[in-house]
Each structure stands twice: as structure tokens, then as C-alpha cells.
Design a binder for this molecule. Structure first.
Ligand code: ADP
Ligand code: MG
Length: 682
């Protein structure tokens, strides 16, 4: 018996060059291979007669070869082999292109099973390039349910199939992690059967059962992992904050908090007083004022003598939060430090010394806060802003820098229920469902090129009224192949030909952080009229004077991303607009973009996005921090997710469960899952 951890090169036919192809699919070991699941199946179990074949619909049929195949050389590189086949209901001309195998193996007078689609024309039925197998051969490509695998150039489905089959034959299936009680209760296939059946199902129904088992398993592992994190936190006891009075903070604010902000703060203060670490998610649409909720928490932490860390996903956002929080906190005697990856080593060292020495009450920063070099004197509160860019593993890593600090996670993206359960299954939730007063909804329009002149005039009008505009492009540089507008080139065009009299600036992710900072700061200060940008401005950036967001090639973005971008305007008191340019004519795409024009309900938009694009894409190009689910489709499998969560909760509470064979195997899988998730994020 081979082991799951053995390299695939122990298989027959897998030499170094084949192995390279498999490596492209991230398949290195037998385990990887066995976990390379089909993306679908073709039901080739039914045998039809020739008269029942339907045009353009592939099917299996049994037929006799009625003549000796004739091959003619058409031109260099093109050989045609023709052969007549028939059953008792009809006959068919079959043509093969460059198929020596068919020419040599199909024998006059013998029967074969074919699989192919007939094409019809006025001369009669014909078929090109069917696959075929002799009647007495083992079914590989006909008379079975054929798994269809994700492939890469140079690797055929048949080759994948053979390799997987070989692996299944020589090694044990992955160890069972689901206890028998759970399998019985939810009608779940055992591991031994499921891993076999997902590749070699006897029926479509069995394929479904196998898939359900594997989805259940993924969710079970993930839920159990979250439960373990929760449990380890719940065990921790910390001294409650004694001073929960934030009156001084509220008085210093230039505005009154909304009811929703107050409610969220109240929940946070209650957590602070409890004597166990808080684990709370604050979820609120763009512009709902989450920063002030975090600031109240940070204020309270400082009053209780502990440090806070505010972790954000981009440098621009870190700098902006640093600037605004320093302004707010300095008069209150709360000292704020900034730590980002692009600072010089000397700057970083100095800031780290302040943090380690307890001279900073709040450290604002990017992932640099996570690095081992950053130590806190007395970290009591961790705030992760726009958290969807951070995974569970990273949350834990930051928390580990203190002695069970409170954790506050802020998410602007309203998250569909399934995703929320997965990403935040370890957190309590506060929802800010109210915008600060005086906010008007951002009017959104979908237009095509024929509106270009009108929109240009509209941009000019906004600027004349003293406002500023964003123009967002999907690419940084010209990309001929994809035909996307690039920020750099478009900024040039606007400067030179469209708005030579306006002040146009440019920002994109490939610029140095210091450059980005400069551009952003000068735009926020009103030194430019139009900011041409990529999605670097998607998250958090605050320019209240900006009233118009123009998005080029809007169909290139996810709906949630567009919603985030739209949230960059309408942050001051003035009426604001969002214009989506798209020349895409696909009716689905148009419907999607039109839906965005009609609704500002982030939740509905998020659901829609998940349905259309799947979880991998959900947060745009970047990683979501979610583990890569191999089989589970998050929008579809909500019930399975709930079942798996319920089952794992019961199991984790079962005395002695951890010491059973299943329990030990489960723990290994959990460790592996979180390792993998973390790995993809750095
Ligand atoms: P988000 O929830 O998207 O992070 P922010 O915290 O950036 O939103 O707040 C958006 C803007 O609204 C900021 O300019 C902030 O100062 C302002 N703001 C926040 N709360 C209030 C309030 N209660 N009244 C008026 N303006 C507010
Ligand atoms: Mg924010």
C-alpha cells in the first residue's frame, strides 16, 4: 500500500515531465491527486440506438464496423479516416481527423461502443471524432459516468482519469474524520466510499452523495476549527475594564453619534466589562461611521491603561486613519503611532520602540503590525478595519501579541449569510444599519460610449461647482489583449485632450507608498479636480468634497467592489453621483449593473455577487482570507453548512471525542486548513 503523502511520481507513467504538468494543478502527492475532484460528470451509462441519436447531443451507442477504415492524406498534417458503422436501426459515416489509433484498431465486422455527437446535413447523418472502445474492454471512456476534471494544457481528461484511478487502487483513502454517529444522523457516506465514488461513481445519485459527503466534511473541519478557537478564547479570563465612561470622547466629537453607532458602542462597552476577551464584528455599510465606533473603543481602552492596535489592509488607509485619529485623540492625551511596510527601517525601528515601550497608546498600521519585530508593552484591544482582507489565522496572530486582548473587527462589505458564518463564525455581531444624518443616496447611472460627451460635461460642471471627481479604471497600464481602460493612459488622455484646463492626478497600486500618500493627501486637500485611480481607492479613503465617481469598464468589477467604490462619494453634505461606463452587451451583465443602479442595499448586492462570481472572486482580486473550499459552493450549500456546524458543535462537546481516531484525524485536518489559509495570505 502506498501512502497519501507519497509523490505522484511513484505512479506508472508519471515521470518528471508529466509531474510538472500535475504541479501546475498543485498536485504533488497522491493525496493532492485524490483530492483533485471532478468539476462535473458526463453520464455515458445509457446506450442508445443509432435512430435515437440527437443532433449535437453526445451519447453512447453500440455499432458494427461495416467496412475497412479508409485513410486519405488530404494535405501535410491532415489525414482523414472514414468508416461506416451501423446497428439494426440505421447507419452512420464516422470521420476521424489525424487518428492513427482509429485507423489501425477499428476492424471490419466487429462491434464497438462509440461516444460522440451526430451532426446532420442534407446528405445524412455523420459523426466526427467519437471515442470508442471494444465491447470486451474495461469501460474507461464509454458505458460509465465520466468525471470531467479541471485540466491544464498537455494533460487530457483521460490521462487524469487513469492517474487518479491508479492512485485510488494503491493507497488508502484519507482517514475518516466524521464519527459514525454523525454519518448515521446526516446520511453521510464514509470516507472510504466517498473518495472513491467522487471519481468513479456508479450512478449520478452516488456522485451526488459523494459530493455531499465532501462538502459536509469541508464545512465540518472549518466549523470545528472555529469552535476550537472560540473555546480557547472563552477559557481565558482577563480583568474587566473598570472605567467605562466615554463622556469625554463624546463631547470632543464634532457631531452627535447615530443611534446605531451608540448601540454598537454600548455592546462593546458591555463586552469590556465582562472579564473575558471580546470577539466582536461591527458590520455596517460604507459611510455608516464605523471608525468612530472603533475610536470610542480605543478611547475606552486607553482610559483603562492598555494599548490598542488598528490594523488596516492598505497603506493609504493606514495613513488616513492615522491622520484623523491623531487629530481627534491628541487633545485627549492619547498618543497615536503609525507603522507601515514602506517606512524606512530606521523609522520602523523608532515606532516599534515606542510601541514596545508603551509610549504609544494606539498603533495604526498594515500587516507590518503582524511581523514578529512588533511587540506591544500592553496590548489590550485589537481592531481590524475592513477586515475581509484578513483571515481567521491573521486575527489570531495579532491577538497573540497581547495577553488575550479584546478583538473588534470592522467590515464594510455586507456579507452574505453563508460567508459570514464561515468568516466570522467565531465572532459576535453588531450591525450599524443607519447612515449619519444628511446623507443622500448616491444616484447611479449605467451608460455607454454614446454618453461620453455628456458625462465629460457633467464632470466639468461638478468641478466648476467646487467639487471633485474620481475616475476609476480597471487596469494600471494599457492591456491590449483584455481591452481594459488603463488608469495611466486615461489620465494622459484626460490631461491632454479632454480637460487640459483641469487639474488631473493619478494614483495606482504600482506607485510607491510615499507617492500614493502624496497624491491622496493633495487630492484630499483639494489640490486636484479629478483623481484617476485604480481600485486602490476602493477601501476607506475619505474625501468628503468628492461628489462624482465615474467607473470605466464597470463590468470588469464585482458588484460589491462597485458598491464600495460608490461609497467613496456622498460622504459630505452634497448630492453625489456614480456613473458606470460599460460597452458590454451581455444581457446578464447589463442586468447586474442595472441592479446596482437601483439598489443601495449592500446585503442584496453581496448575495447577487456571490451567486454570480463565487466566493473566490467575492472580494475582488485579493484573497478573502477564506480557506479554499474544494467542493463546497458557498451560495448553494447553506443547509449542508448548517448541518455540519450543528454536528461539529455536538461532536466538539462530546467528552473524549478528541482522543478518538476520528478526533485525532480531525485535529490534523484543522491544523492543515489554517496553515493553508494563512499561507495564501502572505
Ligand atoms: P465607514 O463606516 O465607511 O468606515 P467612516 O467611519 O469612514 O465610515 O465615516 C464616514 C464619514 O462620516 C466620516 O467622514 C465620518 O467623520 C463621518 N461620520 C461618522 N459618524 C458620523 C455621525 N454620527 N454624524 C455625522 N458624520 C459622521
Ligand atoms: Mg471605514
Amino acid at each position: 500500500m502506498a501512502r497519501l503523502s507519497d509523490p505522484i511520481t511513484i505512479l506508472k507513467g508519471i515521470g518528471p515531465s508529466k509531474a510538472k504538468l500535475f504541479a501546475k494543478l498543485n498536485i504533488f502527492t497522491l493525496q493532492d491527486l485524490i483530492c483533485h475532484f471532478p468539476r462535473g460528470y458526463e453520464d455515458r451509462t445509457k446506450l442508445l440506438t443509432i435512430d435515437k441519436l440527437e443532433v449535437d447531443t453526445p451519447a453512447c451507442f453500440k455499432a458494427m464496423v461495416m467496412n475497412t477504415p479508409r485513410t486519405s492524406h488530404i494535405r501535410k498534417g491532415l489525414d482523414l479516416t472514414k468508416v461506416q458503422v451501423a446497428d439494426h436501426t440505421g447507419r452512420l459515416t464516422v470521420t476521424f481527423f489525424n487518428n492513427k489509433y482509429a485507423a489501425e484498431h477499428l476492424q471490419y465486422g466487429r462491434e464497438y461502443i462509440f461516444y460522440g455527437a451526430v451532426g446532420g446535413d442534407f446528405i445524412g447523418y455523420n459523426m466526427t471524432n467519437p471515442v470508442f472502445e471494444a465491447l470486451d474492454s474495461q469501460p474507461v471512456t464509454t458505458r460509465r459516468i465520466l468525471p470531467v476534471y479541471p485540466l491544464t494544457a498537455g494533460l487530457t481528461n483521460a490521462a487524469m482519469l487513469k492517474t487518479v484511478r491508479q492512485a485510488l487502487a494503491i493507497c488508502e483513502p484519507p482517514r475518516e474524520i466524521l464519527p459514525a454517529s454523525v454519518r448515521a444522523q446526516y446520511g453521510i457516506l464514509g470516507s472510504d466510499r466517498a473518495y472513491y465514488a467522487i471519481h468513479e461513481p456508479q450512478s449520478m445519485a452516488e456522485a451526488e452523495l459523494a459530493k455531499r459527503r465532501l462538502v459536509f466534511e469541508e464545512f465540518f473541519v472549518f466549523s470545528a476549527g472555529l469552535a476550537a478557537i472560540r473555546a480557547s478564547r472563552a477559557e481565558k479570563k482577563i480583568p474587566p475594564f473598570e472605567n467605562l465612561d466615554i463622556g469625554g470622547f463624546l463631547k470632543a466629537l464634532p457631531f452627535a453619534l447615530t443611534g446605531a453607532q451608540k448601540a454598537a458602542i454600548k455592546e462593546i462597552l458591555a463586552d469590556f466589562g465582562r472579564g473575558a476577551p471580546m470577539n466582536r464584528l461591527v458590520q455596517g455599510d460604507v459611510g455608516s461611521g464605523k471608525t468612530m465606533v472603533a475610536a470610542a473603543a480605543i478611547y475606552c481602552a486607553a482610559k483603562n491603561g492598555v494599548q490598542s492596535a488598528l490594523m488596516v489592509p492598505t497603506e493609504i488607509l493606514a495613513e488616513q486613519h492615522f491622520a484623523s485619529l491623531q487629530k481627534l485623540f491628541a487633545p485627549m492625551g492619547i498618543r497615536v503611532a503609525l507603522l507601515t511596510g514602506s517606512m524606512t527601517p530606521k523609522q520602523k525601528r523608532e515606532v516599534r520602540e515606542q510601541i514596545a515601550g508603551g509610549e504609544a497608546d494606539l498603533a495604526v498600521g498594515t500587516h507590518a503590525l503582524l511581523s514578529d519585530a512588533t511587540a506591544f508593552a500592553n496590548l489590550g484591544l485589537v481592531v481590524a478595519d475592513e477586515q475581509h482582507r484578513f483571515g481567521v489565522a491573521q486575527r489570531s496572530k495579532l491577538s497573540a501579541k497581547g495577553d488575550a486582548p479584546h478583538l473588534l473587527v470592522m467590515s464594510a462589505t455586507p456579507i452574505p449569510r453563508t460567508l459570514a458564518l464561515l468568516m466570522y463564525g467565531d465572532l459576535e455581531v453588531s450591525i450599524i444599519d443607519e447612515l449619519p444624518p444628511g446623507r443622500e443616496r448616491v444616484d447611479t447611472f449605467l451608460v455607454n460610449e454614446s454618453y461620453r460627451a455628456r458625462i465629460n460635461a457633467f464632470i466639468r460642471r461638478q468641478v466648476q461647482e467646487g467639487h471633485q471627481c474620481f475616475v476609476v479604471c480597471p487596469a494600471v497600464e494599457e492591456n491590449e489583449e483584455l481591452g481594459m481602460k488603463s488608469a495611466a493612459a486615461w489620465a494622459d488622455t484626460l490631461r491632454q485632450t479632454v480637460f487640459p484646463d483641469l487639474r488631473i492626478s493619478l494614483i495606482h497600486g504600482q506607485m510607491k507608498a510615499s507617492q500614493k500618500e502624496e497624491v491622496m493627501a493633495s487630492f484630499a486637500a483639494g489640490d486636484a479636480d479629478v483623481l484617476v485611480a485604480t481600485t486602490v481607492i476602493e477601501v476607506g479613503v475619505d474625501v468628503p468634497n468628492a461628489t462624482l465617481m465615474v467607473i470605466e469598464d464597470a463590468d470588469r468589477f464585482g458588484l460589491s467592489q462597485l458598491h464600495q467604490l460608490r461609497g467613496r462619494v456622498g460622504r459630505g453634505g452634497s448630492k453625489s453621483y456614480c456613473v458606470l461606463f460599460s460597452h458590454n452587451r451581455n444581457p446578464d451583465t447589463i442586468a447586474r449593473l442595472k441592479a446596482l443602479c437601483k439598489t443601495t442595499d449592500g446585503f442584496r448586492i453581496a448575495e447577487e455577487d456571490l451567486k454570480m462570481r463565487g466566493p473566490g472572486d467575492f472580494f475582488g482580486q485579493r484573497q478573502s482570507g477564506l480557506p479554499a473550499f474544494r467542493v463546497a459552493s458557498l451560495s448553494m450549500d447553506l443547509q449542508t453548512l448548517k448541518d455540519a456546524q450543528a454536528a461539529s458543535a455536538v461532536w466538539m462537546d462530546t467528552p473524549g471525542a478528541a482522543q478518538t481516531a476520528e478526533g485525532l484525524a480531525l485535529q490534523e485536518r484543522i491544523d492543515e486548513l489554517f496553515r493553508r489559509t494563512e499561507g495564501t495570505l502572505n
